[in-house]
Design a protein around this ligand. Structure first.
Ligand code: FAD
Length: 548
């Protein structure tokens, strides 16, 4: 399918879904063709609203509800000269006749619309586990402005909330509900929060929540919710029982792909609509974008869904681009998985593959974690960023990165997401020329330092060890005496780095040595001294910060 610009004039384009992917497709389509007949069909009453902002209205960071309505149906229609049908559901596609059956949800009336091109952007629905009590009135999911309003109203007369699920939305909700002064419990089925993040970084998120008084429970499976007077009791497989006045379910989303399934379009293993680089489905006249699709995985190959706002918007744009510009359209290069969340005073961000992804895909990888200051440490306000890189041992190409900290986490992961997209290696990271003045960064940015550490590891200059070894092992704690005494490492001997050269006699040359410090940098310097004196010295990655 390769329409020229002129033959695409006057096309009838139907778009199912009027929020991120759908509105973006409509806007790009109109900018490319003034003569196309574009209709947006939206089941709900709103179009183009900021679903990412919903938790922040509930918590009070965003005070004006109207700020969440990026466009109203009328303003969208006027701005782009579109037909916008709200409260209207697309109920079936006939790909052979190129028709779409739609139903006016207010009147029940159904009509058939013909299309030249159809764009599906139906999104994904919150998963509602099939459990007793899940339909109690104060058990909520959050997707629409109406969901938000219901939660907001109910919160006025409750004191405690149970958030089920510690993914992105669950974490944002826990933070915002605590801001609102409620007692918050958060229960996660996995042994850690935010499963896309590797566990040693995720631990810091748990600490941040715990310190703010959020009651955390891991590895718990809910079995039922029961009304208990004016409150509710949630029951878990382990026997745990938690009382809450309101429950937020944030246990993931599933693609709204039943229209595509019934029309015989190709779906992926988990029910996502499979698309090519121009967002075309297995029927070239039907495009799809957003949370309902899976695109090429440009890091590991195969396909991956990525239910996030950025991909949905850019995919919608790509679909419209291809409809009007054919092969001249800029293809969607595939998702890499870049995401960020703030939980009180911790920000966690990820791009590319995590260690868990790589193990699952049997992809060989190497990894290093550094701790570095967000800006020059002598300039006030520097915060520690924990930054982890994953790369391929075959060609040193970056496979993923994760960071946690506060200031500057977004910037480092954005740089690394760009590096990943550009298929850079760990060597390339060493000489990225990044902004530096004391309030913003350091002469060696954390991204450069992570590149140095990765190259040192690859080149054998750094022998990493990823945990405090079991005793008996020869562990040398190279921190200052006071630090070592205040946070002792079990079984370690304290030899501060400046004394190491003069106290080498205290280190047994016939046994491996494991050096440890606070964050993993001084232990590397110590290991280099020891290695050059003939010791089999290993540096404990991340130091006590990661390992104790
Ligand atoms: P949606 O935006 O969900 O739009 C799909 C629309 O299609 C819906 O309005 C639906 O009513 C309509 N529809 C479905 N089926 C039909 C049908 N048969 N007929 C007519 N209409 C239909 N992403 C981020 O990147 N960062 C964030 O911080 C972030 N925070 C979020 C917070 C919350 C609370 C939520 C819910 C999501 C958040 N997201 C975030 C995810 C982001 O909002 C989605 O990835 C994005 O909106 C997906 O766009 P979409 O167009 O695929 O689907």
């Amino acid at each position: 399918m390769n329409p020229s610009e002129s033959s695409a004039e006057g096309l009838r384009i139907l778009i199912v879904g009027g929020v991120a992917g759908g509105a973006s497709a409509a806007a790009r389509a109109r900018r490319l063709s003034e003569s196309a007949h574009i209709t947006v069909i939206e089941r709900g009453p709103d179009v183009s609203f900021a679903n990412c902002g919903l938790p922040y209205y509930i918590g009070g960071d965003i005070t004006q509800r109207d700020d969440l309505a990026v466009q109203t149906p009328t303003s969208l229609s006027q701005l782009l000269n579109l037909e916008v049908l709200t409260n209207t559901e697309a109920t079936s596609i006939n790909p052979l006749e190129k028709t779409l059956l739609i139903k006016n949800l207010a009147t029940g009336e159904t009509t058939t619309r013909h299309y030249d091109k159809l764009v599906l952007a139906p999104g994904a629905s919150p998963i509602q586990p099939n459990l007793p009590g899940i339909d109690l009135p104060r058990v909520h999911t959050l997707r629409t402005l109406q969901d938000m309003d219901h939660i907001d109203q109910d919160l006025d007369c409750v004191a405690s909330v149970l958030v089920l699920g510690g993914g992105f939305i669950g974490l944002e909700m826990a933070e915002q509900l605590q801001h609102r002064g409620l007692d918050v419990s958060l229960v996660e089925r996995n042994p850690q929060l935010l499963p896309p993040l590797d566990s040693e970084l995720s631990r810091d998120l748990a600490v941040a929540l715990h310190e703010k008084g959020v009651d955390l429970h891991f590895s718990e499976n809910m079995t039922s919710i029961k009304a208990d007077g004016s409150t509710m009791k949630a029951h878990f497989q382990s026997g745990l029982e938690l009382e809450a006045d309101l429950v937020i379910l944030s246990v993931g989303v599933k693609p709204d792909s039943h229209l595509a399934l019934e029309a015989g379009l190709e779906l992926g293993e988990r029910g996502h609509i499979r698309v090519n680089e121009f967002q075309q489905t297995s029927d070239p006249a039907i495009y799809a974008a957003g949370d309902a699709v899976e695109t090429h995985d440009s890091i590991l190959g195969g396909y991956r869904p990525l239910p996030l706002g950025g991909p949905a918007n850019r995919q919608g744009r790509t679909a419209a681009d291809h409809i009007f510009r054919g092969e001249k359209a800029l293809p969607y290069p595939g998702s890499i998985g870049t995401a960020i969340v703030r939980v009180f005073d911790q920000v966690a961000a990820i791009t590319g593959s995590s260690e868990r992804d790589l193990i699952k895909r049997s992809t060989p990888y190497k990894t290093v974690t550094i701790n570095a200051a967000s800006h020059a440490d002598y300039y006030p306000g520097a915060e520690i960023i924990k930054l982890k890189l994953l790369w391929s041992p075959d060609d040193s190409r970056l496979l993923g990165a994760q960071a946690i900290g506060l200031e500057g986490v977004d910037k480092r992961i954005d740089v690394l997401a760009t590096a990943l997209r550009a298929r850079m290696t760990i060597d390339d990271l060493c000489h990225l020329e990044l902004c530096y003045a004391p309030p913003f960064g350091s002469a060696k940015d954390p991204v450069n330092l992570a590149g140095f550490a990765a190259c040192n590891l690859r080149d054998g200059l750094l022998k990493p060890f990823y945990a405090v070894p079991e005793t008996p092992a020869q562990i040398i704690d190279v921190r200052p005496v006071a630090k070592s005494q205040s946070q002792p490492v079990p079984g370690a001997k304290n030899i501060p780095l400046p004394e190491l050269r003069s106290r080498l006699g205290e280190v047994d040359p016939d046994q491996p040595v494991f050096t440890i410090c606070q964050m993993g940098k001084t232990s590397y310097f110590a290991a280099r001294i020891l290695q050059q004196h003939g010791y089999d010295a290993h540096s404990i990655i991340g130091g006590v910060n990661v390992n104790l």
